[in-house]
Design a protein around this ligand. Structure first.
Ligand code: ADP
Ligand code: MG
Length: 327
């Protein structure tokens, strides 16, 4: 099958295209119609085989996750997903793999309400780049740069599930006969973008980021951009029941704070807005600490003692060797 037949068969009609697409797949560019008074939020993510995903993983899961990582960025801005383009580099045309990849991609696209409007298809080592676009009312984006001293630091859902799945080697093993391992594996391979939460937190939260590289690293981005610090109580990081049952005690904090792949949102919200946010969200929002005037990220135990930990998020080009110390 040649390049153009491949595009026609697997991608041309992947998603329904609405009236906001003047021109979709098939021309030199897609032509899109954002509404009046809307701003465009644009994000791009590359997933390289062997680095971001195991090429032996289920193709449906690779398809799902390749889009959800970008939807999660849109969620963190409070944007509504609208359009995406897909740059696919494939070592060879494997019909069965493409079929299943497209199926997972479509499931994520339909759930996120986003349309595929273009892309590029090339031969080479397996790699997937998705550029996703969303829209926002002008001036309403949830940024990293507006956290204020006194804000509560909160996270959606639970942290550490995906990192634990990876540590337990659950990513590509096919059958698990217990619900906990199935749950953890799904958290790694089929993450959820917190789109509804991001949308509803607009106007309530001061700052937000999605947790892709681990809380320790990602929260640092908010702190740096907002010129503030934070105090986090390590025991307050929300854990799933499966995590509580299966995570080794000594590595819990490092899995939850430095593990990555959670795709939850971390938000800084004034205390008076927390109750309203909790009422509106379709996912639990857990308070884990607060923003301080004093710079730096400090971790505490429940008795208020400062923890001596060196926690870092994932970095493709670390400046120094990563020290991954448990408390
Ligand atoms: P061009 O040469 O103008 O870049 P291409 O020949 O690469 O266009 O692609 C033809 C059409 O198919 C374009 O509209 C492009 O956006 C679309 N396309 C190519 N690859 C993909 C893909 N993997 N998924 C969706 N659309 C794609
Ligand atoms: Mg091209």
């Amino acid at each position: 099958m040649d390049e153009f037949a491949l595009i026609r068969k697997h991608f041309q009609n992947l998603t329904a295209v609405a009236a906001d697409v003047a021109l979709g797949i098939g021309d030199d560019c897609a032509v899109l119609r954002p509404g009046p008074g809307e701003e465009l939020a644009v994000t791009t993510d590359t997933m390289v085989a062997g680095r971001h995903f195991d090429p032996a993983a289920r193709a449906e899961d690779i398809g799902w996750k390749s889009l959800v990582v970008s939807l999660s960025d849109l969620a963190a801005m409070g944007a509504r997903p609208r359009w995406f383009v897909l740059a696919l580099t494939l070592p060879q045309v494997e019909e069965a793999w493409l079929e299943r990849y497209a199926q997972g991609l479509k499931a994520a696209a339909d759930k996120g309400g986003i349309a595929l409007v273009g892309g590029d298809t090339t031969a080479g080592p397996l790699s997937i780049t998705i550029t996703a676009m969303g829209t926002l009312p002008a001036g309403k984006a949830l940024r990293r740069s507006c956290a204020k001293p006194g804000d509560l630091v909160c996270v959606t859902g639970t942290l550490g599930d995906a990192a634990l799945a990876l540590q337990l080697g659950l990513a590509t093993r096919c059958a698990h006969f217990d619900a906990d391992r199935e749950f953890l594996k799904a958290r790694l391979n089929r993450p959820t973008a917190r789109l509804d939460a991001g949308h509803k937190l607009r106007g309530l939260a001061h700052a937000a980021i999605d947790l892709s590289d681990g809380l320790a690293g990602d929260l640092q981005h908010i702190l740096a951009e907002s010129w503030v610090g934070a105090e986090i109580e390590a025991d307050k990081l929300p854990q799933s029941e499966a995590f509580q049952r299966l995570a080794p005690r000594a590595s819990r904090l490092s899995l939850q704070a430095a593990g990555g792949d959670d795709y939850e949102l971390c938000v800084c919200i004034p205390p008076e807005s927390l109750a309203e946010a909790r009422r509106k969200l379709d996912v639990p929002l857990t308070e884990i600490g607060r923003i301080t005037r004093e710079p730096g990220l400090r971790w505490f135990d429940p008795r208020g003692n400062l923890l001596k930990v060196e926690l870092r998020g994932y970095n493709h080009f670390p400046a120094e060797p990563v020290i991954d110390a448990a408390p």
